[in-house]
Design a protein around this ligand. Structure first.
Ligand code: OGA
Ligand code: MN
Length: 279
């Protein structure tokens, strides 16, 4: 197995392993170690059946709980991310977020497997939350450390939400719900349960307020922190190829799907691995 870090020191590409086969404990351990260190792993050229994607996912833990998207028939833990050539709805995941950060225990990993990739566009951007934390000014760092953020799925997934509003123009099976109005408290600075490193952990979609601050003041701070976290130097732009698999760490990374491929179809399959309560 060969692990090649991406040039900007965030993310890595792994070759020399066949993910369609059963993996040895040692191989899984090495992948896990690389994932913790590099945060976004990509494995080019891995044609997989859904059952193989499922088996690979389970090497890293239990499945996560994936709300608001109808899973694939016969595969209750796999969702399809699809955008048709003629579709004009915004791409799924095209605002910066950490997956399901509104849950009490959001997923540790998301695994995404590319089935059909457009000839241009459709990249995924990733932002390194450790670097964002490390680069905060001493003053902002001190201010953030004791703060609690409020997360909610309401912006995209309530009945009035912007994804729900994609309506008949969206080919993905989104299920908006009143449960999206619920809120969840999480620390603004999260300590990664495995690396013990601190990551800035607010995102512009699901973080809807800061405890103890008024709506305006909270929103201003969220905007300031996201503006900082999403600076160019913290970002890795991932270019897909067909049959490429990526696996990222939602506990220290946020991500954002890019458009720019109107007229072409894009299809991905996705699973998540259950995580812990952020602290
Ligand atoms: C996701 C997601 C991004 C993409 O699967 O969680 O945000 O580029 N996808 O499809
Ligand atoms: Mn996502």
């Amino acid at each position: 197995m060969n692990i090649e870090p991406q040039p900007n020191g965030f993310g890595a590409s792994i070759t020399g392993v066949d993910l369609s086969q059963q993996l040895s404990d040692d191989t899984v351990r090495r992948i896990r170690k690389a994932w913790l260190r590099h945060m976004v792993l990509c494995f080019p050229n891995q044609p997989l059946m859904l059952s193989e994607l499922e088996r690979f996912t389970r090497y890293f833990g239990e499945y996560g709980d994936d709300p608001y998207v109808t899973p694939i028939d016969g595969h209750p833990n796999v969702i399809e991310i699809r955008r048709e050539a003629q579709e004009n709805a915004s791409p799924f995941g095209s605002s910066w977020h950490s997956d399901w950060s509104f849950q009490a225990t959001p997923p540790s990993a998301t695994i995404l497997h590319a089935r059909e990739v457009p000839p241009y566009g459709g990249d995924t951007l990733y932002a390194d939350g450790y670097r964002a934390f490390d680069a905060l000014t001493a003053e902002l760092r001190a201010r953030c450390q004791g703060l609690t953020a409020i997360h909610s799925a309401r912006r995209p997934y309530s009945h009035a939400g912007f994804v729900a509003g994609g309506g008949k123009h969206r080919s993905m099976k989104i299920r908006p719900s009143d449960t999206a109005l619920a809120t969840q408290r999480h620390p603004v600075v999260r300590t990664h349960p495995e690396t013990q490193r601190k990551a800035l952990w607010v995102n512009p979609v699901y973080t809807v307020g800061i405890e103890g601050l008024g709506a305006q003041e909270g929103q201003a701070l969220i905007q300031q922190l996201c503006g900082h976290a999403l600076r160019d130097e913290f970002i890795y732009r991932h270019r897909w190829q067909p049959h490429m698999l990526t696996m990222w760490d939602n506990r220290c990374v946020q991500h954002c799907a890019q458009g720019g491929y109107d007229g072409h179809r894009r299809i991905m399959y996705r699973t998540t691995v259950a995580g812990d309560a952020p602290c």
